[in-house]
Design a protein around this ligand. Structure first.
Ligand SMILES: Nc1ncnc2c1ncn2[C@@H]1O[C@H](COP(=O)(O)OP(=O)(O)OP(=O)(O)O)[C@@H](O)[C@H]1O
Ligand SMILES: O=C(O)C1=C[C@@H](O)[C@@H](O)[C@H](O)C1
Ligand SMILES: [Mg+2]
Length: 192
């Protein structure tokens, strides 16, 4: 166990908060990777506010994401997503979970890379498929063969998500353990 992983859970969270010095933490990765659920736990450990950009967009537009895609199209969703993320990144002490495609947009990615510490929650196809199969709120997967669509998105996106500052495997273990892995990875990344 290295120095940054030692100490109590609270101590590690305090050390990470100090090293972040207010900088936002932004979670990126595929649908079902756990950005929203792990992000909430991470924020609670760090005593930070948690915001999910998908939820923020739905609130601002007064529409669900499937409705936005249907009525306005993906391009307009992406432009709105970038504006919302640009606004949120101005806040201190934030954990921000982004939608699965946000970091893939070059302008949004540049904003995140410049204004935050980014974490790619990486999961394999079987885990992702099992998780996203339980719900129907993701328009990009409403295809004849959602598993093949997921595979195609993974092939396109993984090299891009890999540009995040740190990568954490989103394993099939309790979400709080994954949040602990994020704390350890960030402490290691920010070590002096
Ligand atoms: N470690 C885990 N173990 C078991 N289930 C998990 C784990 N992490 C997330 N899940 C479950 O997987 C589903 C998807 O998680 P979540 O909504 O956090 O993903 P997301 O990355 O925010 O996806 P999206 O980009 O679609 O918003 C949820 O039902 C969540 O409870
Ligand atoms: O992976 C994606 O491109 C998306 C993921 C979701 O979080 C939503 O932002 C939307 O459904 C698009
Ligand atoms: Mg989410």
């Amino acid at each position: 166990m290295n120095k940054s992983q030692g100490g109590s859970r609270q101590g590690r969270a305090r050390a990470l908060a100090a090293r972040l010095n207010g900088r936002p933490v932004v979670l990126v990765g595929m649908m079902g990777a756990g950005k929203t659920t792990v992000g909430r736990r991470l924020a609670s450990r760090l005593g930070r506010q948690f915001i999910d950009s998908d939820e923020e967009i739905e609130r601002a537009a007064q529409m669900t994401i499937p409705e936005i895609f249907e009525q306005r199209g993906e391009a307009e969703f992406r432009a709105g997503e970038m504006r919302v993320i640009a606004r949120l990144l101005k806040e201190n002490d934030l954990v921000l979970a982004t939608g699965g495609g946000a970091f893939v947009n070059p302008e949004t990615r540049a904003l995140v890379r410049a204004g935050a510490v980014s974490v790619w929650l990486k999961a394999d196809i079987d885990i992702l498929f099992e998780r996203v199969s339980r719900r129907s709120n993701r328009p990009l997967l409403k295809t004849a063969d959602p598993r093949a669509t997921l595979e195609k998105l993974i092939a396109e996106r993984y090299p891009i998500y890999a540009q995040a500052d740190v990568t954490v495997i989103s394993r099939d273990v309790p979400q709080d353990n994954v949040a602990g892995d994020v704390v350890a990875a960030l402490l290691d990344h920010l070590k002096t």
